[in-house]
Design a protein around this ligand. Structure first.
Ligand SMILES: Cc1cc2nc3c(=O)[nH]c(=O)nc-3n(C[C@H](O)[C@H](O)[C@H](O)COP(=O)(O)OP(=O)(O)OC[C@H]3O[C@@H](n4cnc5c(N)ncnc54)[C@H](O)[C@@H]3O)c2cc1C
Length: 507
């Protein structure tokens, strides 16, 4: 019997596989496609997920050392000046999804994860002890038993359907989004901003979501070649047997959105070149993330507009949130109810993402009333407090899991600490082990009974906190600012250790 089977080797299934393998649980991954398609969806990672990758040593593999947060970003096609925020936590990593997937594939292979490509999950039944899976592979159909199954099989998740988990929400079928690799003649380039100078519109900055009364236009000059993207609100029904999109379709869409005929040219280089037409937009949230021994991560659990790029911030952090809890359950030390906290923690984060992507979709939609709303919103976005609020929402810095104490760090993403000897917290968390950072030098005794599960880190780091218990997913499970923790602090630390990491061995 397999401990854990993951259906789907997209980014979230692969990340979960790596998280489990780091703890010593080797999952089996089933992927229905015989090989990666090379299709690109995400063009970048936005928010705390960038720091999560850093905390597993994975950022280095994609783009070298972690850089500073972005100075600007876009919300609902409006410029966010992040220099106005007191605490800017919005990291942006502009790497294509196919590179993220290739890197995670490589990492999973290093960690000994078996990925069966060309193997599709087609059926499941479960009882109190196991999940029984029907799989169709290149050699035909076969059965597999597992203690747990995780559906990481995308928005149309077969796992979710087979487990009987509802996926309520809405399909907005008016949107028509076109994206193409294309070139724009040099005379339209604005060398100063890197954007485009378009008659009637002035300079359209690069990577900016530029709204007109007719739709949205984006010019994204990626190093591999520029990408042009438009979104319109179409009144017509989706034509039956619509032919594949062409560059002419993209030109026509740009003409409708900008009211100007931008002479797009064919992209240079060998490709692959993107020509993508998407109609409609789904916003849906699974009504449960768990049904018995079946769990969901990533798009299988939630789908929403891609505006602002929040998908992988949500999905890869789902994987990190689930990985250690599922591993603890499989290895037998999980406290009662630990696995259920995956849903209680992550579903509410997904609700916030659904909320802000819908709000942004409203802000970019056509109409003079929306234009007026945008004017007001634009005024609000000049207020530092508003920028702080939106930055925290988009990065995920506003997430606070149920704290056990009233310390301000309890339940929050652990700050990027640097110890006096120069060691970064991100280096200590590469193994995904829980950590007790003890800068008081007095708490080692409290850890007796948990040393098999939790590592003690002595030393010192600047800042308010004198000790922190950090979960494998990067969130603080307990913290104190006392230089000499008293009985109450120690009791709260032991309670946090039991709450998250189970009974002490000698109990
Ligand atoms: C146009 C577009 C642009 C986007 N831009 C961004 C962005 O800039 N930033 C961002 O963070 N996010 C972005 N996203 C969202 C992001 O691409 C998704 O959130 C992400 O791909 C979800 O990953 P996943 O692993 O959950 O699912 P998927 O990537 O869908 O992977 C699911 C995998 O499961 C496999 N599978 C399906 N059924 C089965 C089965 N029965 N058995 C076995 N295997 C199965 C599939 O073949 C697939 O490989 C964008 C999405 C779109 C559509």
């Amino acid at each position: 019997m397999e401990d854990v089977v993951i259906a789907g080797a997209g980014p979230n299934g692969l990340m979960l596989a790596c998280e489990l393998a780091l703890t010593g649980v080797r999952p089996l991954v089933l992927e229905r496609l015989p090989e990666p398609t090379g299709e690109n969806r995400a063009n970048g990672l936005v928010g705390q997920v960038v720091r999560l990758l850093d905390r597993r040593g994975l950022h280095e593999r994609l783009a070298g050392p972690l850089g500073p947060p972005a100075p600007t970003f876009v919300f609902g096609a409006m410029l966010l000046d992040l220099t106005l925020a007191e605490r800017n936590s919005l990291n942006v990593l502009g790497v294509p999804q196919r590179r993220v997937e290739a890197m995670l594939n490589e990492r999973a292979a290093e960690l000994g994860v078996e990925i069966r490509r060309g193997h599709e999950l087609t059926g499941l039944t479960q009882d109190a002890d196991a999940v029984s899976l029907d799989v169709t592979g290149p050699g035909g159909a076969y059965r597999l038993d597992a203690r747990y199954l995780v559906g990481a099989d995308g928005g149309r998740s077969v796992t979710r359907k087979l487990a009987g988990i509802g996926f309520p929400g809405a399909t907005e079928d008016r949107t028509l989004s076109c994206t193409a690799n294309a070139t724009v003649p040099a005379e339209f380039a604005d060398p100063e901003s890197g954007g485009l100078r378009v008659p009637g519109h002035g300079v359209i900055p690069p990577f900016f979501h530029y709204r007109t009364e007719a739709g949205l236009f984006v010019y994204a000059p990626f190093p591999a070649g520029p990408l042009i993207s438009t979104t319109e609100w179409a009144d017509d029904e989706e034509p039956a047997d619509e032919p594949p999109m062409t560059l002419d379709d993209q030109r026509a869409s740009v003409r409708r959105v900008l009211g100007f005929d931008l002479p797009l040219g064919a992209p240079g280089g060998d490709g692959p070149h993107l020509l993508r037409r998407l109609r409609g937009r789904n916003t849906r949230l699974a009504d449960r993330f768990r049904e018995g021994r079946v769990l969901l991560v990533g798009d299988a659990a939630h789908v929403h507009s891609a505006i602002g790029g929040p998908g992988l911030n949500l999905g890869l952090q789902d994987a990190a949130g689930l990985g250690w809890k599922l591993a603890a359950t499989v290895r037998g030390w999980a406290p009662a109810g630990l696995l259920d906290t995956y849903e209680s923690e992550r579903r509410s984060v997904a609700e916030r993402v659904v909320m802000h992507t819908q709000a942004q979709s409203a802000l970019i939609s056509p109409g003079r009333d929306v234009t007026a709303l945008r004017e007001l919103f634009g005024e609000l976005l000049r207020l530092p407090g508003t920028v702080q609020h939106i930055t925290d929402l988009m990065s995920g810095a506003d997430v606070r899991y149920e704290p056990g104490t009233d310390h301000p760090l309890d339940g929050r993403w652990a700050p990027d600490l640097v110890l006096d000897d120069g060691t970064r917290l991100a280096e200590l968390t590469a193994t995904a082990r829980p950590l007790l950072l003890d800068f008081t030098g007095s708490l080692g005794d409290e850890l007796r009974g948990w040393t098999d599960r939790v590592d003690l880190v002595p030393g010192h780091a600047p800042g308010d906190a004198t000790a922190l218990l950090v979960r494998p997913d990067g969130y603080v499970a307990w913290a104190t600012s006392s230089a000499e923790p008293d009985g109450t602090d120690r009791k709260a630390l032991r309670a946090a250790l039991e709450r998250w990491f189970g009974h002490p061995l000698d109990a």
